[in-house]
Design a protein around this ligand. Structure first.
Ligand SMILES: Nc1ncnc2c1ncn2[C@@H]1O[C@H](COP(=O)(O)OP(=O)(O)OP(=O)(O)O)[C@@H](O)[C@H]1O
Length: 590
């Protein structure tokens, strides 16, 4: 599972994953666009040409007006102008449509690559960081935010493509006609710039606040669902209901703020439109009066400005969607910027965790390790423990003694507060909650060993006693299991998890399974499976049944976060201490 890392970096204390700044977002998008850049340049060239063709009707109408005015226009002139306009409209529309299709396809390819990286990163994030930042935030970023960025495509790409190229081509066209036309428009453009500047500040702020409120709500709902039994058991339903209600109101409030910002933008756009038309009209009038422009020229100029205003306004309107998508994008990329490991608390910073065996012949070495969850009391207190290569050590103790936490620190899931943890580079962990992934049995097993053949898989299932299970599955290795798939018992899920460890072939296996009741047929089978999985590698077993402990080379007994006894089964039983008592109780209860 985890290759341990030396601790670096921290998350903001208030929780939540970081948000990437503009620079980091641009750098990641640039990195993701590698391999598509030539295609993007070709798409841009096609867009410019198509837009230029699209503006031919404005020029044709202007020429027609001049010919009508000087009395040289006949039916032929009108028909020719009409044919030119129809042809340019067809060619321009087809070219623009092709530009949009190609642009959208490239956008989605790049987005798919980003989503893949996000999921990859989310799966390898240190668990303590996910716990601190909140699973809801992570889920929101990999669902709501991905959807926001993907949904922006149909609205933003066509408008962005058309507008950017239309602005460039129209300004060129106006300058070619008479520079004062372009100058008049240029004088008005600052109105748009001011609107944009204002919106650039207010928009993302409003959208980030809206998305953050959505994340908090997702977290509240998730927690209420996960802790359903606790909520019912402690009569907390009303309190949880109020919490969800409060966070939902916060979402509604932030949404209203975001929509208000949107309306204010519309007002600023209307002002810009009025000023642009008025400026070009006045300039046209003056130029005609002075004989510097024909009526046809002024008509072309007005048509070019009108042609430009539509996309320009739309750009500013979808700028809204664009900003929202950018806010989501910066949240997605923020997850990629999370450092691999971070200190568990702000005050305890001296703990280190290293991959690689520090001492020859030793698989794991813990030296003076302490650990606490987020500023809480010490859960591991001065633990020093060695696991030799191929040695199997069982950890026993009462509930809450710190066994699972010790396993997590050894596996690298939690970095220690103080002390050192040295472990091999390849560690596999089975936690108490075994997850069956939605997919085929084969996919479930090859998750950690992509190169495994069907023969390897069958051998692993055989070794963990699951060959019988395989024979009963309707489609063998192709049977779909997990949510909505063929149901598996807890013990069967456990067997799959153990087979997965065998296939992954780690140097150290950390097993914290508590599925079967002591003495049951399942328990005996799982005990045998555990022995098969541990053969030939170092193993740490959190023994929930003492039969598991008895078959290990060494047993450590924990109490209140400390190791209070350590020895072989025979040594501990004859010592007559805590373990001897537990063993006597267990034997008589079998
Ligand atoms: N994520 C967490 N956040 C805060 N405290 C925790 C967390 N996980 C465990 N603890 C606390 O740490 C202490 C040790 O818990 P741990 O699960 O390691 O004990 P355990 O011996 O494995 O118990 P069990 O056999 O019931 O699993 C307990 O007091 C527990 O409440």
């Amino acid at each position: 599972m985890s290759d341990a890392d030396t601790a670096t970096g921290t998350l903001p204390p208030e929780g939540g994953f970081p948000v990437a700044d503009g620079r980091a977002t641009a750098a990641e998008v640039w990195r993701l666009s590698r391999g598509h850049r030539l295609k993007l340049v070709a798409v841009a060239a096609l867009g410019i040409v198509s837009t230029a063709v699209d503006l031919i009707p404005a020029v044709a109408i202007g020429l027609l007006v001049d010919r009508v005015q000087d009395g040289t226009a006949g039916l032929g002139t009108v028909l020719t102008a009409t044919a030119v306009m129809a042809l340019s409209a067809v060619l321009g529309t087809a070219g623009t449509a092709l530009t949009i299709v190609l642009g959208t396809r490239t956008y989605h390819t790049i987005l798919a690559a980003l989503r893949e990286r996000l999921v990859e990163r989310a799966l390898t994030l240190p668990q303590h960081l996910v716990e601190r930042a909140g699973t809801g935030d992570l889920i929101s970023r990999s669902s709501d935010d991905v959807t926001a960025v993907a949904d922006a495509a149909p609205a933003v790409i066509p408008v962005l493509t058309v507008t950017v190229f239309t602005i460039v081509v129209s300004l060129g066209g106006l300058t070619a006609l008479e520079w004062p036309y372009a100058a008049a428009l240029a004088v008005v453009l600052p109105v748009y710039a001011v609107a944009l500047r204002w919106y650039h500040r207010a928009g993302p702020q409003a959208y980030r606040a809206e998305r953050a409120a959505m994340s908090t709500r997702a977290q509240q709902i998730l927690e209420s669902q996960r802790g359903y039994e606790t909520v019912l058991g402690f009569g907390l339903a009303e309190q949880r209901h109020r919490a969800v209600l409060t966070t939902s109101w916060a979402v509604a409030l932030q949404s209203m703020r975001a929509r208000t910002v949107q309306s204010m933008l519309s007002g600023r756009l209307n002002l810009g439109e009025f000023l642009s038309l008025a400026a070009v009209l006045v300039v046209g009038f003056v130029l005609i009066e002075r004989g510097d422009s024909s009526v046809g020229g002024a008509t072309t100029a007005m048509l070019l400005v009108l042609r430009l205003l539509g996309p320009l306004n739309q750009l500013l309107l979808v700028f809204d969607t664009l900003q929202s998508a950018l806010a989501s994008l910066s949240r997605m990329i923020g997850v990629l910027t999370v450092p691999d490991a971070s200190e568990p608390t702000a005050t305890a910073v001296s703990g280190t965790a290293m991959a690689g065996t520090a001492v020859a012949g030793t698989a794991v070495r813990l030296t003076d390790v302490t650990f606490s969850y987020d500023h809480g009391p010490l859960v591991l207190d001065d633990i020093t423990l060695d696991l030799r290569e191929h040695q199997h050590v069982a950890v026993v103790g009462a509930s809450g003694a710190g066994k699972t936490t010790l396993a997590a620190v050894i596996a690298g899931i939690h970095p220690p507060n103080t002390g050192n943890v040295a472990r091999p580079g390849h560690v596999a962990v089975i936690t108490q909650e075994v997850h069956v992934f939605a997919g085929t049995v084969r996919a479930n097993l090859t998750l950690a060993a992509p190169g495994a053949t069907d023969r390897d898989i069958r051998a692993a299932l055989d070794a963990t006693g699951a060959a019988g299970l395989l024979a009963r599955l309707p489609d063998g290795l192709d049977t779909v299991v997990g949510t909505g798939g063929h149901p598996l018992t807890d013990a069967q899920a456990q067997q799959l998890a153990l087979a997965r460890v065998l296939l992954a072939d780690p140097e150290l296996a950390v097993l914290d399974e508590a599925t079967a009741e002591a003495g049951s047929a399942d328990a005996q089978q799982l005990d045998r499976a555990v022995l098969a999985v541990l053969a030939g590698r170092a193993g740490l077993v959190i023994a929930h049944r003492l039969s598991q402990a008895a078959s290990c080379d060494r047993i450590v007994v924990m109490e209140h976060g400390r190791i209070i006894e350590s020895g072989t089964q025979d040594e501990l039983v004859s010592a007559g201490g805590v373990y001897a008592g537990l063993w006597a109780a267990w034997v008589s209860g079998r």
